[in-house]
Design a protein around this ligand. Structure first.
Ligand SMILES: Nc1nc2c([nH]c(=O)n2[C@H]2C[C@H](O)[C@@H](COP(=O)(O)OP(=O)(O)OP(=O)(O)O)O2)c(=O)[nH]1
Ligand SMILES: [Mg+2]
Length: 337
């Protein structure tokens, strides 16, 4: 009886300072901006040049369908700031080839030479061998893509043959090399001490970001929200004023400082009452945000960083889109006010 292969959910994988996660529809513009580059696209067999903007959205939709059906797993490669810098993926064989998968990847030209593709490809292969029941992973690289051929060699891929393949962007056939790796071969390539092994076995810990924030309350029990300005992460969303705690800084000191910097008000530490906290796993960091209540301060809050401000009744909070970390806090505020 042949074992049925059930689709498994695409994981989020950490490797070195990079994060690999399933593609999302709103990755389309970043993908288009980075892949529509002759340096990148000439190494990819199935992509036309120029690369039409709507092709990225279609491709993402197709990868999501393939992942749901367990036919392929494609990942966005994000750098430590959450910026998409490439893609890596595996397409699974069918029928007699069901224990094999083919590997593909590309990295934005601006990030070449930094080991991004090597680390990402290695991480995805390790995950696939561990979870997809594969015997082999294959890859094909254009013969003039020396970096890719070298990368595969460093991951234990053996060259199994040469051939020719059509490359759409180049408008014709291009000499290619075919490669294969098995799990023992990949493991052997990850000998302790190699950069591959280090990046794979000691992924940099997810960053814990400590942010302090305040719910300032006026005599009508309205809460002050500030709109995150353009150019900042989560721009346009409404938040509790506050900011990052600096290394070695006490939480209340940080909050007093942030409220002065952002709103121009003076708050005494004794006027800050600990209320609750937010804990949220953002894509590239974990946020821990103690939230204080404050009913007394000196001065009138002003958006000193250009941010819009709004005094909002607890019942109206839902009309102000907030960062995902803040949503679990709202029922507590409604119950209090
Ligand atoms: N202040 C604040 N930050 C929040 C809230 N919810 C939420 O997810 N965050 C996140 C967004 C940011 O990733 C982080 C706070 O960063 P920030 O950019 O405001 O930090 P900051 O005020 O120190 O500003 P900067 O000097 O670093 O630009 O916490 C919230 O309600 N208030
Ligand atoms: Mg802030």
């Amino acid at each position: 009886m042949s074992a049925l292969r059930l689709p498994i959910a695409s994981p989020t994988l950490a490797v070195g300072t990079f994060t690999l996660r399933a593609l999302k529809p709103d990755d389309a513009s970043a993908i288009h901006a980075r892949v529509n580059d002759w340096n990148v696209i000439r190494m990819l067999s199935r992509l036309p040049f120029p690369y039409p903007a709507d092709l990225a959205a279609q491709w993402i939709a197709e990868t999501l369908r393939q992942a749901r059906e367990g036919r392929a797993y494609h990942f966005a490669i994000l750098d430590s700031s959450g910026q998409l810098i490439g893609c890596v993926g595996l397409t699974l064989g069918q029928g007699a080839q069901k224990n094999a998968a083919s590997l593909g990847y590309w990295v934005a030209h601006s990030h070449w030479g930094q080991g991004v593709a090597r680390q990402a490809a290695c991480r995805v292969c390790r995950w696939a061998f561990a979870h997809l029941g594969l015997h082999t992973i294959t890859a094909t690289a254009a013969e003039d893509n020396a970096a890719s051929c070298a990368l595969l060699g460093r991951l234990g891929f053996r060259q199994t043959g040469k051939g020719e393949q059509s490359f759409m962007a180049r408008g014709g056939k291009v000499p290619v090399q075919h490669f294969t790796v098995t799990q023992p071969e990949l493991d052997a390539a990850l000998r302790p001490g190699t950069p591959e092994a280090e990046a794979q076995t000691s992924p940099v810990q997810r960053k814990l970001l400590l942010v302090v924030a305040a719910a300032l309350l006026d005599p009508d029990n309205r809460i002050l929200l500030a709109q995150r300005p353009e150019g900042k992460a989560l721009a346009g969303l409404w938040e509790f004023p506050g900011g990052k705690v600096e290394p070695g800084e006490e939480l209340e000191t940080a909050l007093v400082r942030e409220l002065y910097e952002e709103l121009g008000i003076d708050v005494g530490r004794a006027c800050l009452t600990p209320f609750t906290f937010a804990s949220h796993a953002y894509e590239t960091f974990d946020l821990l945000m103690p939230l204080y209540l404050c009913r007394q301060w000196q001065g009138t809050p002003q958006g000193r960083e250009g941010q819009a401000l709004a005094w909002v009744h607890a019942d109206d909070l839902a009309s102000y889109p907030m960062p995902p970390a803040d949503l679990p806090l709202l029922p507590f505020l409604r119950a209090l006010l």
